[in-house]
Design a protein around this ligand. Sequence first.
Ligand SMILES: *[C@@H]1O[C@H](CO)[C@@H](O)[C@H](O)[C@H]1NC(C)=O
Ligand SMILES: *[C@@H]1O[C@H](CO)[C@@H](O)[C@H](O)[C@H]1NC(C)=O
Ligand SMILES: *[C@@H]1O[C@H](CO)[C@@H](O)[C@H](O)[C@H]1NC(C)=O
Length: 449
Amino acid sequence: MSPAAAWCAQHRLRFLLPSLFLAPVLFFLLSPPSPPPFVSLPAPGRELPPSGSRLIWAQRRLVEWRPCGWWRTAPVQAPSRRNGYIRIDCYGGLNQLRRDLCDGIGVARLLNATMILPKFEVAAYWNESSGFADVFDVDYFIEQTRGYVEVMKDLPVEIASKEPFKVDCSKRKGHFDYVESVLPALLEHQYISLTPAMNQRRDRNPSYAKASYCQGCYSALRLNKKVHSKAVELLQAIPKPFLSLHLRFEPDMVAYSRCAYTGLSSKSMDSIEAARGEGRKVLTGDAARLWRNRGKCPLTPSETAFILQALDIPTNTNIYLAAGDGLMELEGFTSVYKNIYTKSSLLAHEDFENMHGNTKAALDYYVSVNSDAYIATFFGNMDKMVTAMRTMQGLQKTLVLSRRDFANYTAAGLAGEQLAKAMWDVHREEYIRGRGSALPEYCFCEFKL
Ligand SMILES: *[C@@H]1O[C@H](CO)[C@@H](O)[C@H](O)[C@H]1NC(C)=O
Ligand SMILES: *[C@@H]1O[C@H](CO)[C@@H](O)[C@H](O)[C@H]1NC(C)=O
Ligand SMILES: *[C@@H]1O[C@H](CO)[C@@H](O)[C@H](O)[C@H]1NC(C)=O
């Protein structure tokens, strides 16, 4: 039995046993005259569904996402001609780098260009110099993209001494056509570096470009040997089964959200103030309320603990915190869920000290992709990659918490048991309908169960 299945079985028992023992007692107590027994139970609305468990993962799903079949075999159409060489330049943290790289793979094939290994330009914030090869397995990438897009490890002599012509699409807004706007520069210079656009619609691309994107992003990227073995070591150190939780409540995150919070410690408030730059002023009044109700405010650790309890995730669950070191108000979570594991608690001290931000992010990524269950409190770049990669592996215990619904119900005055019930209903619905657990993009298809 897999750890996940064992976990499930164990929980089914945990819920079945008490109800089996209680059933005759309840029946005796409630039988005369004859209201349906569950109406008189305490905790209105928290009745057991037929499966016998209120644990979120025990709910029967109606739909799940799987990788679509059409892109799993290389497109037969080879490029009609080669238009030049493209290096994809990626900026930011690991998951943002990866998102840009994924887009770039699709664009390279769209333009019938040969890809040079991407350049990872790490933001100063991360203080490091990890290149593509420092994180990912280069040979595997080349092998897995064969037939989709041509990738070269070393520059051919004729361009080896040249600097590529820079094409920066990162600030481009709205839909634009890469063939129209980038191909001319590629043809003219023969070697360009490209920073892909942030929010480009990829669904209009021809299928060979889409297939390259899907294959390159979801089947060709794996951690290199060194990072992988560190990640495996970490994974093995975590007691099983476990849930990986991506908490986001760092000062910069909160400052950036422009949301107001009450009840935070003065230490947290100071850190948030320190992270607040120009243009990040706290919203007030109606604007603040609307913003919060649109789900723009990060969940606090204690709100997260509340929702996890509403989903009946036992408080003795082993939880790996996939997060940086800067989380605030963590006691709000750890006072409820006590079996918490982190990188810094599990890895040897000097190992951890010597690690770059991207390597740390790669560990969180790996552990989260391989955990029994994954819950995200936000839907950022990491969550998009993790949920998609879990979907690739058929790991379905994946959930993104709804900040919008939490805010909305809280604003409507719900609290305590009522709020818990509302959170349960909303997330159960999301879970069984397979929403929010995979990228709703063309690489994945809905599958009715
Ligand atoms: C790329 O090659 C395909 C054939 O695979 C062809 O249909 C398309 O027009 C080419 N695009 C460019 C920009 O050269
Ligand atoms: C960046 O990393 C180097 C070592 O890799 C270290 O000496 C330096 O203090 C770090 N800078 C910051 C701002 O963290
Ligand atoms: C907020 O909740 C109300 C019910 O309390 C519902 O009618 C409305 O659609 C919700 N809005 C959003 C954005 O979820």
